[in-house]
Design a protein around this ligand. Structure first.
Ligand code: PLP
Length: 378
């Protein structure tokens, strides 16, 4: 038996819900709109290869990765679907792009010409998508320079410009800015078309874009978080957006490993930030910030035991945390505790934990560490 399995802390990943969300988003995007699903950061913590394999089976058009390494891992695992490296790479690292048939995001002439050169040597075409900056200011050719940049790259004989794309920084809270970005991107596309430059794929929308701006779909969308069944909006989303009923994939579970009663006035965990107001029954769970369960949830979050809520008391430690089970009957060592997901008729959502921790759902799932086994349910 794999020794890692002796620690009773695991994440269940429901792949049926992945299929459900994917089909829902596909229907929402409509005919003629392709889907690229980002699987970066280990598939948002859900498992890069398992998630990618299922998406390939579901007919996803493209996968998106953050780095060459993630793309290489997918190819070595046998995935054949097109893969776009969403970020840029250093120009020294272009060989593996071609070795592994990865599509590269390009926003510098240096990278384009090195890719062109290497592709020429191999007598192949290097597929690229041009990233245009319309206001994110992360990577991308400034939109004012994009037309001449793209025109210059069309002259490179061994580069195939398969796509052009941009990114929305505020699609969940700033309609005015996002609509402005869509206008700029449209203007660029029209100018390219007018001068006979035909780029097959045009894309802009992340999950918030998909939810709030159908006019920003172009012919490919890039929903990440919503495919994992999580909701991206921070604060109040714009009026009139779609509210698709998505199903989360991930549950986080563990088992009680220790149980005790402590007298009134007992300080719990590091710093004694919690002191028992009366005699209390305290359970210890084998999960902590070393697993990515945020320390900022100390004295804030709850978990579910016997279908009841048990509050975290004291600080979350690296590998363990304590919960109050005083009011829950018949609690035993070995009993299951749910930190994310459903138990009986109660549930704890990633979005709720994110809010309590002062972060976003993305960070909660991405941070779930390698010590947490992923168990896939079909
Ligand atoms: C991660 C990423 C996305 C997906 O964003 P979500 O908010 O998870 O939908 C889309 N586009 C790019 C370029 C990304 O890096």
């Amino acid at each position: 038996m794999d020794p890692a399995t002796y620690r009773p802390t695991w994440a269940e990943i429901n792949l049926k819900n992945l299929a459900y969300n994917f089909r829902l988003v596909k229907k929402l995007a409509g005919r003629g709109v392709k889907i690229l699903v980002p699987v970066k950061a280990d598939g948002y913590g859900h498992g890069l290869v398992a998630i990618s394999e299922r998406l390939q089976g579901l007919g996803v058009d493209y996968l998106g990765v953050a780095s060459l390494d993630e793309g290489i891992l997918l190819r070595r695992s046998g995935l054949t679907v097109p893969i776009l490296v969403l970020s840029t790479v250093l120009a020294d690292n272009i060989k593996p792009l071609l070795d592994y048939n990865l599509t590269q995001t390009v926003c510098t002439k240096e990278l384009a010409s090195k890719l062109n050169h290497e592709a020429k040597k191999r007598n192949i075409l290097a597929r690229v998508h041009i990233k245009v900056d319309t206001g994110m200011h992360r990577i991308g050719v400034a939109h004012k320079k994009a037309y001449s940049f793209i025109k210059a790259i069309t002259k490179m004989g061994n580069i195939k410009i398969e796509g052009v794309f941009t990114h929305f920084p505020c699609a969940d809270n700033n309609p005015c800015f996002t609509e402005g970005q869509i206008r700029l991107f449209n203007a660029l596309i029209r100018r390219l078309e007018k001068s006979g430059i035909d780029i097959p794929l045009k894309h802009a929308s992340n999950s918030s874009g998909v939810i709030n701006y159908p006019e920003g779909y172009f012919n490919l969308v890039r929903p990440g978080l919503m495919i994992y069944g999580l909701s991206p909006s921070e604060g109040k989303p714009p009026e009139g957006g779609l509210r698709p009923k998505l199903r989360p994939l991930l549950s986080l579970k563990t088992k009680i490993i220790y149980l005790k009663t402590v007298p009134k006035g007992s300080g719990i965990s590091y710093g004694h930030t919690y002191v028992t107001p009366q005699a209390m029954r305290i359970a210890t769970l084998p999960i902590g910030y070393g697993d990515g369960y945020p320390r900022s949830l100390s004295n804030k979050a709850r978990c579910l035991i016997s279908g009841r809520e048990a509050k975290i008391v004291g600080r979350v430690c690296m590998d363990q945390l304590m919960v109050d089970v005083t009011k829950i009957k018949k609690v035993k060592i070995g009993q299951e505790a749910v930190l994310i997901g459903r138990q009986k008729n109660k549930s704890i959502k990633v979005e709720q934990l994110a809010e309590l921790a002062g972060t976003i759902p993305y960070e909660i799932v991405c941070n779930l560490g390698g010590r947490i086994r992923r168990i896939y349910k079909n």
